[in-house]
Design a binder for this molecule. Structure first.
Ligand SMILES: [Zn+2]
Length: 139
């Protein structure tokens, strides 16, 4: 598939807590928080661990590998800037480290499948790098 269009999309909402996530994406690194108390990986970024309520969270680079859990084909975009790309696919992927992530899937509709292996694709749109997922390349 081709890369994302250069159109005026709403910017991601970046907070002090999520700032490292977005900074690392610019370096083409997917990073997630890890709880130093219970060692679980956490996404989305937050102040407390949702498992043990610990506050000692650190950022660690993730593999960028995931499997598709569910998806939906968008026929009518939620924002006008995306309308020219319809139909496109959004879905939830299970990251190899455990957490799930809502994302765009650069996967042909005929190839969509539960548990299909995908990997991160860093898409730069309007000076922001967004984490999309594409079929995993064969190594
Ligand atoms: Zn914890």
């Amino acid at each position: 598939m081709s890369s994302a269009p250069n159109i005026s999309l709403p910017k991601p909402t970046i907070t002090p807590i999520s700032q490292p996530f977005w900074d690392n994406l610019k370096q083409k690194k997917l990073s997630l928080q890890v709880c130093q108390s219970c060692d679980k990986w956490i996404f989305y970024p937050r102040h407390h661990c949702p498992y043990c309520f610990g506050t000692s969270l650190v950022w660690r680079e993730a593999s960028g590998k995931a499997k598709i859990k569910s998806w939906s084909v968008v026929q009518r975009a939620g924002h006008p800037a995306w309308q020219e790309r319809t139909p496109y696919v959004v879905g939830v992927v299970a990251l190899e480290e455990g957490p799930s992530m809502l994302t765009h899937l650069w996967v042909d509709q005929k190839d969509l499948a539960y548990q299909k292996e995908v990997e991160i694709s860093y898409e730069e749109i309007n000076q922001h790098v967004l984490p999309f997922f594409k079929p995993r390349s064969i190594e």
